[in-house]
Design a protein around this ligand. Structure first.
Ligand code: SF4
Length: 316
């Protein structure tokens, strides 16, 4: 946390350099509060991709992780896309590379490949569809029932889609270390302390299938499986006053800001994505001043990846 004076000074400098560069700052919902507060637009992966596809600015500063900056670069070949820290990766994205996907496709030559947006540009280029947690079910429903599906890389998200749609898929065994670490016992412990709170759970969580089972079998009331943007909407619209939040804790800042009359309890205080937290205000400022770090995607990879990304944007 920066001191108030320093914070104001840095914010003013960022504003100045943003004008000089004709830049737009996009931030993911898991970014630190200070970064969210200086962003022109905050959203989940799908919203950032959609917003990036319509941007007029010359420069996009993507405050998130690298695959998000790649997606913005693919959708904006004529703009400069910057990420303030090149080390901002994603443990889920790292669970599959393009060679592994090609080998998997060879074993299932007629399958349709559905990739969660948390993948490299190369993996997207080998995919038929991209999806996010916001439109996952709609994307799978858009594929003819008789078609075999390879779903990657998140196994919990895949299992959730199978359970919701009653459709078997081949699922890659990747996971996000942050969401996989949210266990049923963590949720049960918080529910005991807050029995009237509504549970909002992200489908990447390791316990989402168990929660769905409990929901169906034991009347596990007041639960919704939602993307981060879905959680923000639900918090505003719901009659409930108290919510248990099962996702990365960065979302709590926006939830509290947009629904100040409600209470939000994180399932795990330490559900923190170290990659998302690599982006700081100092780095955003340095990024604008020095035009670093430029994220570029090879033209051929970008052309092929764009097909899968555009299908994702159409189905939402
Ligand atoms: S929270 Fe998980 S899926 Fe999201 S960027 Fe971090 S490691 Fe990747």
């Amino acid at each position: 946390m920066q001191s108030a004076k320093t914070l104001q000074g840095i914010e003013a400098e960022i504003k100045h350099w943003k004008e000089v560069r004709e830049a737009t700052i996009l931030a993911h919902n898991y970014q630190i509060p200070e970064v969210q507060d200086i962003a022109d637009y905050i959203g989940d992966s799908l919203e950032l991709a959609r917003y990036a596809s319509k941007i007029k600015a010359k420069v996009i500063v993507l405050c998130g992780v690298k695959f998000m900056a790649e997606t913005a670069a693919i959708l904006n070949p004529d703009k400069t896309v910057l990420i303030p820290d090149l080390g901002a990766g994603c443990s889920l994205c790292d669970t599959i590379n393009v060679e592994q996907l090609r080998d998997w496709k060879k074993k299932h030559p007629n399958a349709v490949v559905v990739s969660y947006v948390n993948t490299t540009a190369e993996v997207k280029a080998e995919s038929d569809y991209c999806c996010t947690s916001s439109n996952l079910l709609k994307v799978i429903e858009a594929i003819p029932k008789e078609k075999e599906i390879l779903f990657l890389p998140d196994m919990f998200l895949g299992a959730y889609a199978e359970a919701k749609l009653g459709r078997k898929m081949h699922i890659w065994t990747g996971e996000c270390h942050v969401h996989a670490g949210i266990r049923l016992q963590d949720i049960e412990a918080v529910r005991r302390r807050h029995p009237n709170a509504k549970l909002l759970i992200h489908p990447e969580c390791g316990c989402v299938s168990q929660c769905l089972y409990l929901c169906a079998s034991e009347g596990y009331n007041g639960m919704a499986v939602l993307s981060t943007s879905g959680m923000l909407r639900e918090a505003k619209l719901s009659q409930a006053k108290e919510f248990i939040i099962a996702t990365e804790v960065g979302l709590l800042h926006r939830l509290a800001k947009e629904s100040p009359d409600k209470t939000f309890i994180p399932v795990k205080e330490d559900a923190v994505c170290k990659y998302m937290k690599m982006i700081t205000l100092d780095k955003v400022l340095a990024s604008l001043k020095n035009m670093v770090y430029v994220v570029k995607v090879d033209d051929d990879v970008a052309r092929r990846a764009r097909v899968a990304i555009e299908r994702m944007l159409q189905i939402s």
